[in-house]
Design a protein around this ligand. Sequence first.
Ligand SMILES: [Zn+2]
Length: 171
Amino acid sequence: MKKRDFVIPFVGLKHAVHHFEFELDESFFETADETYVKNPEIKVDLTFDKTHEPYVLDFKITGTFEGDCDRCAANIKIPVDSSFRIFLEFGNTENDDETEVIYLSREAHDIDLYEHVHDFAFLSIPMVKRCETEADLALCDERVDSFLKKINTPTEDNIDPRWASLKKLKK
Ligand SMILES: [Zn+2]
């Protein structure tokens, strides 16, 4: 999606509840030095309630992206599911920190939600990435088990060369 796709011309909207959808692709999550998520299939459902002031904007961010499990290192699909709400008010009232309120002038015709969606999307990315579904969890344990077995079982290849000569003495 282009940045301008996040601009909502709300003045022309009826006093009703409206729905908007944004698809977030990989470039959306690119920062100066890295791509935050790989192959995202993440969408944002915005419910724009314009029935009365303040307008209520509910963002639901759902989908998956690819990442490595922190435990077994397998490449898995990591779910994203979070919600955010902001209010749209008119006038120049002081912003209090309790609620997310955007104040617009009475002359405003549209609102650019790019920065908000950007912040919400990054907040939705879990810090801890783990196999989560039941099927994945079983596989996760298996992978960790087989990895532990591998490092705990000395083979010709991974035996410490300092002990190699001692091995000859072993009957
Ligand atoms: Zn795992």
